[in-house]
Design a protein around this ligand. Sequence first.
Ligand code: MRU
Length: 358
Amino acid sequence: MTTTNAMNAPLSSLTWGDDRLILLDQRLLPESIIMLDLYTPEEVWDAIHTMKVRGAPAIGIAAAYGVVLGARRISQDHNDNQIWLDQVLEVCKYLATSRPTAVNLFWALDRMKNKATTLIQEGHDILELNQALLTEAQAIQSEDEEVCRMIGEHALPLFHDGMGVLTHCNAGGLATAKYGTALAPMYLAHEQGIKLKVFADETRPVLQGARLTAFELQQAGIDVTLICDNMAGMVMSKGWIQAVIVGTDRVAANGDVCNKIGTYSVAVLAKAHGIPFYVACPLSTIDLNTATGNEIPIEERPAEEITEGFGKRTAPQDIKVFNPAFDVTPNEYVTAIITEKGIIQAPYNENLAAIFSK
Ligand code: MRU
């Protein structure tokens, strides 16, 4: 792995460069803009696991490129299609262990597995196989950009000039190929001269709201105010928020929404204040195979994120810590789910299933 300081380069969370995945190290934002060159699936696994790349769609895209890197390495040692396929499937299995919650990771890896299997059935040579896998990974990335823009277009009519909008965590350009999900309508509003007052809450313990959302919206010239997670209720009670919009890592078939820890509290507060609570996501985040939010695996992360997260010890030694990275917001708190195919409302079981055949 090599690193490049790219302070003046335009910001994109990941790009493909001839023989490597070029990744923005999101752990170092906003202080440093460092690009990492990743050459192996192991480096991609580590980047996802340690959250150098994070956000549901972005980790799916990174994993797809991880498969490309794995396939290229295999073909240096073997020129046998069956060995190539077996090992590509192994690489997919391995990358699927990098993080458990965001279903986009598994969705993208399934897509790569299906592509590899179909290509083998069609009988291509190894060079063609590798090229076709790269084309598939690039398609996942470019489709995500298009899908995010469409989510923004569907969401935009819900927002009007002068409105206060709260968002939790980072569901922006950094978490996706471009635009983001929850932040897509904010970028489109900005393009059209509609002025929203965005409140970004910081999302302890790793501060995606402060380090990432506040950073990317400020860079884009959008009016953004940073608050701590525990200030959302106060800000709502002052009448400053007319809508909440968040992204998600997985939506269950019944419309329960899994997202960054603290989202559930924000949803309850929104309901208590009569504020609509919107969730923005691509169809690749909707998991009809998971019946309810109770079945979604919730990642628990190291205690040090809480006890030493600010570069110094902020809790007693040996303290017991519970550090879930996500929570589930029950469907009754969700006003609507905004996708690239339009806006979905309750009853979610019926309407989420129907959107896939639209
Ligand atoms: O732990 P993270 O930073 O990967 O969690 C990200 C979130 O929870 C985002 O809100 C979600 O992935 C939506 S991304 C468009």
